[in-house]
Write a protein that binds this ligand. Structure first.
Ligand SMILES: NC(=O)c1ccc[n+]([C@@H]2O[C@H](COP(=O)([O-])OP(=O)(O)OC[C@H]3O[C@@H](n4cnc5c(N)ncnc54)[C@H](OP(=O)(O)O)[C@@H]3O)[C@@H](O)[C@H]2O)c1
Length: 453
């Protein structure tokens, strides 16, 4: 029996499809809770982040297609040990960058190199293609399984990991008669959300082009306000993660259409679906961008985000760092802060899996918390009580104005005032779409405690 991990991901899906096309009825998919309906073979629920629960999933398994979607090898030895206890063979898709000149400076290449070493040490028979394009993985697996069709008896073949010039050589550009690489362009790849989109796509093995208005060795120049920069940034791209810039959207649509972009995931705003949208400049700006994409003929997914958890850094980090009380006009107002990592996870799913075209997801955090409770969570992470001082709305507005533009100040004040009157909406869309629970504000604070120290 063959166990396919990452079975709902870009590569895993194709591996499963290929196994089925080959008539292999002994494939099984390891999926996160709630994802069984996303795969067309028998599924076992589990996760590589919980190796202690892998026993049942590995029952009767002789070969594992292993996807490692994490940015650290932490947990990998336990997973490989669990696999080695039952199975004989592991197929791991590594990166073309391993062993190359950039390995030392690139965290993803270093991660793959470390995974290769752990796999080598596991004692498992291994096939470790070093690839750049998902297609190469399919080709490699096809070759492997064609050569060893017996169920559960993969023939020993030399691993190709130490042969970068061999069958897993770099994917070529279609113009050169090679493999077509589906490149995803990430706008704002240094941004709060964009950087996690970039990391998530890279971890999933998706070829990415990172962009910024300030280019460097790893970022291509792209400025949505300067349309002449867009054709080069989008050349050959099929997918895009986009920030909303109303002034630049017409130029973007034109450049994306001529580049052959198929799908755009837009970071939009929940203000669009909230009361008072017509008078809200933030809603208006985001809606302009959404409308242009709806009319563009491109496929799109909108992530209409509610209040970001990161906003608390702008509002409160200075006062908390200096040991002063946090001044709040509505301490008992509730909001449902959303984590930038969850937005990125949604974007990665919408960019790598089918079924998200023409979908607008409204994304709030998983819990409604009062502002006082949010300050309390920050205090708990710092190990000290943070005093809260109630101030008038006028004083609160003046405090906010020191940290954000006037339009944003009014929107935040209105949101807080509404949150003092009624419990705000939360959402389950993160779990529904990605299969992973949304991060709570307490978890977000743990990741960002240093920002408040
Ligand atoms: N904060 C909230 O509560 C909230 C709520 C709902 C929706 N949102 C949406 O989320 C966005 C903020 O996301 P974030 O926290 O990830 O932002 P961020 O950390 O400020 O990053 C914004 C990114 O946008 C890029 N960018 C800015 N102007 C650009 C231009 N002209 N052309 C190309 N790229 C440009 C920047 O890239 P470079 O500087 O590298 O060029 C930067 O990486 C808001 O603008 C809004 O659309 C926010």
């Amino acid at each position: 029996m063959i166990l396919v991990t990452g079975a709902t991901g870009n590569v895993g899906r194709h591996v499963l499809a290929r196994l089925q096309a080959m008539g292999r009825t002994d494939a099984r998919a390891l999926v996160r809770p709630g994802k069984a309906a996303h795969v067309s073979v028998p599924a076992v629920t589990g996760g590589l982040d919980a190796p202690e629960g892998l026993g049942e999933a590995l029952d009767g398994v002789t070969a594992v297609f292993l996807v490692w979607p994490f940015l650290t090898t932490r947990g990998a030895p336990a997973v490989l040990e669990a696999i080695a206890r039952r199975a004989r063979h592991v197929v791991y898709v590594s990166s073309i960058g391993v062993g190359g000149p950039e390995e030392r400076d690139d965290p993803i290449f270093r991660l793959h190199a470390a995974m290769e070493r752990l796999i080598e040490e596991s004692g498992l028979r291994r096939t470790v293609p070093r690839v750049r394009a998902a297609r190469r993985v399919r080709d490699h697996l096809r070759a492997h399984h064609d050569a060893a069709p017996g169920p559960g008896h993969p023939r020993r073949r030399p691993a190709v990991a130490r042969d970068p010039g061999g069958p897993a050589g770099p994917a070529r550009h279609p113009a050169h008669g090679g493999v077509h690489i589906m490149t995803t362009v990430v706008f704002g790849a240094r941004g709060g959300v964009g950087r996690h989109v970039a990391a998530g796509l890279t971890a999933a093995g998706v070829p990415v082009r990172l962009t910024s208005r300030t280019p460097d060795a790893s970022h291509v120049r792209a400025d949505l306000d300067a349309p002449q920069t867009l054709p080069a940034a989008l050349e050959g791209a099929t997918h895009v993660f986009l920030y909303a810039r109303p002034a630049g959207i017409e130029g973007f649509v034109a450049a994306a259409r001529s580049a052959g972009v198929r799908h755009v995931v837009l970071l939009s705003s929940a203000a669009i679906v909230q009361p008072g949208a017509a008078r809200n400049p933030i809603a208006r700006d985001h809606r302009i961008v959404e409308s242009a994409l709806e009319e563009s003929g491109l496929s799109w997914t909108f992530l209409r985000a509610g209040m970001f958890a990161t906003n608390t850094r702008w509002w409160w980090s200075r006062t908390i760092k200096s040991g002063e009380a946090v001044r709040l006009p509505y301490p008992e107002a509730m909001t449902a802060p959303v984590s930038e990592r969850d937005l990125a996870a949604l974007a990665v799913t919408a960019l790598t899996e089918r079924g998200h075209g023409r979908q607008a997801y409204t994304v709030y955090g998983p819990q409604a918390l009062t502002l006082r409770e949010q300050v309390g969570h920050i205090g708990a992470a710092l190990g000290r009580a943070i005093p809260v001082e109630e101030v008038t709305p006028e004083q609160g507005r003046a405090d906010l104005a020191a940290t954000m533009p006037a339009t944003a100040v009014e929107v935040v004040m209105r949101t807080w005032a509404a949150g003092a009157e009624a419990v705000p909406e939360t959402s389950v869309i993160v779990e529904k779409v990605t299969g992973r629970s949304a991060r709570t504000f307490a978890e977000w604070v743990c990741d960002h405690a240093a920002d408040f120290r």
